[in-house]
Every structure is written in structure tokens, then in C-alpha cells.
Design a protein around this ligand. Structure first.
Ligand SMILES: [Zn+2]
Length: 257
């Protein structure tokens, strides 16, 4: 056994080691990776369909600290896909509702719920120490704000989207020569679709949210490869995926020269 393993075992309680044993036995994660997860701080913005799925897997996986932002309340029409919210919590703030469910999954994760959408000042105050920011919002204004913050602080950003039967996933690691969300949003001028107008297939946000958790966990542990700027699309009706690499836009108003 390597020396660092001995030290990690000393630090991690036996019950925690048992709990995460199925992670620890993965050669890409091992004890060291699980310890990194336990020491990670992840910010999830938006606790709708994507955020519920992402936060659920992050918490179950043993992330040490989660910060949640959402200013909306749980509505009847959300329950079809936002799986951390319950009938009894209709009318409750979504961040608070999610925190309550997440704490029953893993009481060791320190969860802070902010019953407000993140703005620049709040992100500066509460997200500057984040290992990763997971963007689970559903509007361009919020996405641009979160992207600007992550570019400025060089914090990896995991973006997801789901509408109708279609899902999107893209990760930005924010190194100097890599694109940002602004490089993508500059490319389209089409009006945004909303779930209330277009409809959304329940599992699509679960699938994409779980993928966001997967990429965030890979960033925290160092497992596998994260392809920065790769846009993946999923068509659940055909169960087909497509991927393409987004180039950095030299004239991007956020990360460009
Ligand atoms: Zn950019």
C-alpha cells in the first residue's frame, strides 16, 4: 500500500470508506479521488429538472460541500421531472426543498441553500472557492452571468440544457486557449424556448443533469478526460447523440482578446 493511501485511510472514517467503497474500488478514483470529492465545493445554480438530478448524484457521491441557488418556488407542474421536490413542498422555495431532500441522502454533505437566483455579488461572495460550477439554469441572462464569473475566476463550468426530447451538455475548463459559454451563445440568435411553452420530456433533464454530475465529479477527482468545449446533443426520441468541438471565438466579448 502506498504511503498516501495509509494517510488517507487514517483521515477517512471506516463508515465513510465503506459507504464509498464502490467508488474507491475504481482504479480511476481510488481513495485519493474520493478524498478529493469529500474536500470539493460545488455550486449548483438552478434546482429545476437538471439541478435536481445533478445535485442528487453529487450528494450521493460524497461531495463535501454544495451551494445551491434558486429563487423560484416548487409548482405542481414541476413534479413531473424535478425529482427532489415533493407534493408536500409545493409553494416552498426550490433551493430549500432540494436541500431538505439532499440532506436525507447524505448528512455529511454541507449544504447551503440560497433562496434567490445568483447574481454577480453573491457569486463573488459564495462561489469563489468552488471547484466547479454546475449551470442548471434555463435562461440566457443567468447563463451569461455565470459564465462571466467562471471566466473571471477560472472556475470550470458544466452547462446543461433540456427541452422537448432534446438535451445539450458542454463543459468549459477555462484555460487561456479554450472557449467559454460566450463563444457558444454568440453563435445563435434564435429565441429561447421555455418548458412552459414547448414542453419537456421528464427523463431528458434527468439524463443531462446526471451527465453534468459525472463531468463535475471527473473534474474534482481527475478521473478520465474532460473535453473542454465539446457540445454534445442528445435526441431522446431517436436515442442518438452528436458531438462537435466548439472553437474559441477570438472576438468573444467575455473570453476574447
Ligand atoms: Zn468566450
Amino acid at each position: 500500500m502506498k504511503l498516501w493511501m495509509v494517510n488517507v485511510i487514517k483521515e477517512m472514517e471506516y463508515s465513510q470508506m465503506l459507504r464509498f467503497s464502490r467508488h474507491i474500488m475504481l482504479p480511476e478514483i481510488e481513495l485519493e479521488g474520493q478524498e478529493r470529492l469529500i474536500n470539493s465545493h460545488i455550486v449548483v445554480v438552478g434546482l429545476g429538472g437538471l439541478g435536481c438530478a445533478a445535485a442528487q448524484y453529487l450528494t450521493a457521491s460524497g461531495i463535501g460541500r454544495l451551494t445551491l441557488f434558486d429563487g423560484d418556488i416548487v409548482e405542481n407542474t414541476n413534479l413531473q421531472r424535478q425529482v427532489l421536490h415533493t407534493e408536500a413542498r409545493i409553494g416552498t422555495n426550490k433551493a430549500r426543498s432540494a436541500k431538505e431532500s439532499l440532506e436525507s441522502i447524505n448528512s455529511h454533505t454541507e449544504i447551503q441553500a440560497f433562496e434567490i437566483m445568483a447574481d454577480e455579488k453573491l457569486l463573488d461572495e459564495l462561489a469563489s472557492t468552488a471547484s466547479v460550477v454546475v449551470d442548471c439554469t434555463d435562461n440566457l441572462e443567468a447563463r451569461n452571468l455565470i459564465n462571466q464569473f467562471c471566466v473571471r475566476k477560472k472556475i470550470p463550468l458544466v452547462c446543461g440544457a433540456g427541452i422537448r426530447f432534446e438535451g445539450h451538455l458542454i463543459v468549459f475548463t477555462m484555460e487561456d486557449d479554450t472557449p467559454c459559454y460566450g463563444c457558444l451563445s454568440n453563435l445563435f440568435n434564435s429565441p429561447q424556448l421555455s418548458c412552459s411553452e414547448s414542453g419537456v420530456f421528464s427523463p431528458i433533464v434527468g439524463i443531462i443533469g446526471a451527465m453534468q454530475a459525472s463531468e463535475a465529479i471527473k473534474i474534482c477527482t481527475g478521473a478520465g478526460t474532460v473535453k473542454t468545449g465539446q457540445l454534445m446533443t442528445l435526441d431522446a426520441l431517436k436515442m442518438e447523440t452528436n458531438s462537435f468541438m466548439l472553437p474559441k471565438q477570438p472576438n468573444c466579448s467575455v473570453c476574447g482578446n
